[in-house]
Design a protein around this ligand. Structure first.
Ligand code: TYC
Length: 102
């Protein structure tokens, strides 16, 4: 005798409530941009105090890179571009990049 398999529709889904991944803004060292200019850019674009900005600048200077801050992707990319453009407007190779947090 033929059997009918009744399949219960699966309507239950896992609720998706994950937070958006945050992205790091990373400052890259170079041999040409003056230290004071890097500090000025960090204060202007990332709302840092003189002390905070100096610590980030000197870390990038000594180690090659330093994480500046984390934001949602759009904000991180916009700030990295604006900060890099400030250097470019003065002819400096100052570079900020972004990367997603693990
Ligand atoms: N290394 C630069 C100098 O000696 C200063 C500097 C620091 C530049 C950090 C970029 O991300 C940087 N003038």
């Amino acid at each position: 005798m033929a059997q009918t398999t009744i399949v219960k529709p699966r309507t239950a889904v896992k609720p998706k409530v994950e937070r958006p991944r945050l992205h790091k803004v990373i400052l890259i060292n170079d041999d040409y941009t003056p230290r004071e200019f890097v500090v000025m850019v960090l204060k202007a674009e990332f709302r840092m105090t003189e002390d905070e900005a100096y610590k980030v600048m000197i870390t990038a200077h000594r180690r090659g890179v330093c994480v500046v801050a984390v934001y949602t992707r759009d904000v991180a990319e916009t700030k990295a571009t604006r900060a890099t453009d400030l250097g470019r407007s003065k002819g400096y190779p100052l570079m900020f990049t972004t990367e997603p947090e693990e």
